[in-house]
Design a protein around this ligand. Structure first.
Ligand SMILES: *Cc1c(COP(=O)(O)O)cnc(C)c1O
Length: 368
């Protein structure tokens, strides 16, 4: 094609952690204390995290995936069982279900929010359904009123929605257990890391039993899914900033809402409790087209879900997931995004859309 390579003045990453002096200080302190692996800081992180989420018990893990794996094991999910997960989510959920040998059953989503559709979940319940994993996608809680009414144990996946609320209650407090991820680009980070929380002391004790292998009398399979004290030091520093992080995310979202309201996009649902882990806009088609054009200008946006799970499993019949996947773009949004960056994202998007419309090349307007 005849497009000239464009000169990019500045690249704005799609996501980036927000770190400061406190993180450096606390990590250094952990290193100087010579307690590197799981110790007092992990213990403190677990307790502080459980308290701030309004939960009783917590167990830190080496990742969100590990947290999902041991939670499934602790709930007794195994080879003969089915676990319902949405198709519109990352492969971490699919992997965890496969680790325990259970059968993943995919459900479709609500087109407006990207979250699990309770009606579709209900249709897929069988006698073998042992659990449903409910991710709260992009910072917005799933429809917990209806999902909690289904007769099936719930694991909430709060990897994208730490600190978010539903009906005034923190996400992670609705199910039998909830997991979190502290991967580098999540709302708060430990580099890599995860957490399981529950009201049930027994369940968390079982999780702690499974995450470490040393000094066992029996020869049962155990894992090494522990968090280190260095990671926990990072997590403790990040946790004190969580509310500030969320406030900044909401403020950027408000600016985007205002700036994009006349461009024809579908904007993210404006709901109480949304923490805007992702700012996802919907177009009529041509999402990939706009992504390319923005990336060429240094604005790193992306599809918020890389590839739906039914496509990996070569299954058909997930029309809403397909639709949302084709039409969604995630824009840069994180606390370390400066005001000048936000303005640059806005002005670039406006400019690119104007050009696209003038050329009549693609339709940006969203119609449901
Ligand atoms: C990131 C993520 C995970 C996996 O967490 P890791 O720490 O990367 O293993 C699981 N579920 C959801 C919804 C996520 O976004």
């Amino acid at each position: 094609m005849g497009t000239q390579p464009e000169k990019i003045k500045q690249i704005i990453p799609h996501s980036r952690p927000t770190l400061g002096q406190e993180e450096s200080d606390q990590v250094l302190e952990a290193i100087r204390s010579v307690q590197l692996s799981q110790g007092e800081r992990v213990h403190m992180f677990e307790q502080t995290f459980a308290d701030s989420m309004g939960m009783k018990h917590a167990s830190a893990t080496s990742s969100g995936t590990a947290a999902l794996h041991v939670t499934l094991l602790a709930l007794g999910v195994g080879v003969a069982d089915e676990v319902i997960i949405p198709s519109y989510v990352c492969t971490a959920l699919l992997n965890a279900v496969r680790y325990v040998g259970a059968t993943p059953v995919l459900a479709d989503i609500d087109q407006d929010t990207g979250n699990l559709d309770p009606l579709d979940v209900n249709k897929r319940l069988t006698r073998r359904t042992k659990a449903v994993i409910i991710p709260h996608m992009f910072g917005l809680a799933a429809d917990m009123d209806r999902l909690t009414k289904l007769d099936v144990p719930i694991i909430e996946d709060c990897a994208q929605t730490v600190g978010g609320t539903y009906g005034g209650k923190r996400v992670g407090t609705f199910g039998h257990a909830a997991i979190f991820s502290f991967y580098a680009t999540k709302v708060m980070t430990t580099g890599e890391g995860g957490m399981v929380v529950s009201y049930s002391r027994k369940l968390i004790e079982r999780v702690k039993d499974l995450r470490e292998y040393d000094e066992r009398r029996e020869d049962d399979v155990r894992y090494n899914y522990k968090m280190t004290d260095i990671h926990a030091a990072l997590g403790l520093a990040q946790l004190t900033k969580l509310e500030t992080f969320i406030r900044r995310r909401r403020s950027i979202a408000k600016q985007y809402d205002q700036a994009f309201k006349d461009l024809g996009f579908k904007l993210p649902p404006n709901k109480i409790g949304h923490i805007y882990y992702r700012y996802v806009i919907g177009l009529d088609s041509a999402a990939s087209f706009l992504i390319q054009r923005l990336q060429a200008k240094g604005i790193m946006c992306a599809k918020p879900v890389f590839k739906p799970l039914h496509r990996y499993l070569k299954q058909k019949g997930y029309p809403k997931t397909e639709n949302v996947w084709h039409r969604s773009i995630s824009l840069p949004i994180y606390p370390s995004l400066q005001s000048v960056d936000v303005n640059l994202v806005i002005s670039t998007i406006k400019k690119v859309c104007k050009t696209i419309k003038k050329q009549g090349g693609a339709c940006l307007n969203f119609t449901s």
